[in-house]
Design a protein around this ligand. Structure first.
Ligand code: NAP
Length: 255
């Protein structure tokens, strides 16, 4: 069976991606910083999709932890066809003038260094088995910015560059690497918001509707499977049109 490993996949976008691959018959590895949560999410996948699924504790801040988990995945599944780098420190409320050195190190070491070493471990397994696909969940923040997300935006820019580097260096091993640039995704952070707040958010983008986990999972499955066998080094944008809008968007007021 083909195998996919998705980081930070106990809930929200990551879990939706795990369900999408499991629904296509992939065996699934899930990581979380919390082992119990990872194992519980894997158990849900096993029960619903009747595939092999395992949960692992992994901390992107520790290269040793990353290397240990990839070694376990190689032992447990025998192969790794698709790696989805989904985990991220969202860095909400961190701006350039007030960011501390600790905030900088935490966010960059999680999002850039951690994902770099995770992709490298994935690539080493894929090289040995003759190929594979790496998908990084990026963000429109790497191309357009809002206040209070500086470090996050910089980190997502680095990841978008990382996929182009991987495409060039790893293509000879039949390893593809692509970035999925997501706009707004509905997650548990939307739980309990008022209808007014939901409408205010939706008025920010041309289609007037945020992506849900399944929308992102469809893109991740496209990039992570043979459906995209000649696609590498690209950014796939799934953003309801936000990047296409030059000025602050007011839906219904754009004549
Ligand atoms: N939600 C959006 O509107 C949006 C928009 C564009 C892009 N994205 C991207 O989509 C991906 C999934 O995000 P999501 O919105 O679904 O959020 P999420 O579930 O909150 O984040 C994904 C996972 O990342 C892990 N994580 C969070 N903070 C971390 C930290 N400081 N260090 C290490 N791991 C951490 C968590 O897993 P554990 O706690 O289990 O370890 C978390 O479940 C992320 O790459 C995000 O940047 C989201």
């Amino acid at each position: 069976m083909p195998t996919v490993f998705i980081t930070g996949a106990t809930k929200n976008t990551g879990f939706a991606i795990a369900e999408r691959f499991a629904g296509e018959g992939f065996d699934v590895a899930i990581s979380s910083r919390n082992r119990e949560n990872a194992e519980a999410a894997a158990a849900k996948i096993r029960k619903k999709y009747k595939v092999t699924a395992k949960g692992y504790a992994m901390d992107l801040l520790s290269v040793e932890s990353i290397q240990g988990v990839f070694a376990h995945i190689k032992d447990d599944f025998g192969r790794l066809d698709t790696f989805v780098a989904n985990s991220a420190d969202l860095g909400i409320g961190i701006d350039i003038l007030t960011a501390t050195e600790d905030q900088y190190d935490d966010l960059m070491n999680t999002n850039v260094k951690g994902n770099y070493f995770a992709c490298r471990e994935a690539a080493m397994i894929m090289k040995e088995q003759g190929g594979g696909s790496i998908v990084i969940i990026g963000s429109v923040h790497c191309k357009s910015c809002v206040g209070g997300r500086s470090l996050y935006s910089i980190s997502k820019g680095a990841l978008s560059t990382l996929v182009r580097s991987m495409a060039v260096e790893l293509g000879m091993y039949n390893i593809r690497a692509n970035c999925l640039l997501a706009g707004a995704i509905r997650t548990d952070r939307w739980d309990g918001i008022s209808e007014e707040e939901e409408a205010r958010r939706r008025a920010n983008w041309p289609l007037g509707l945020e992506s849900d986990g399944e929308d992102i999972a469809n893109g991740a499955f496209y990039l992570g499977s043979s459906l995209s066998k000649t696609v590498t080094g690209t950014d796939l944008v799934i953003d309801s049109g936000i990047l296409a809008s030059l000025l602050p968007y007011k839906r219904g007021d754009s004549k």
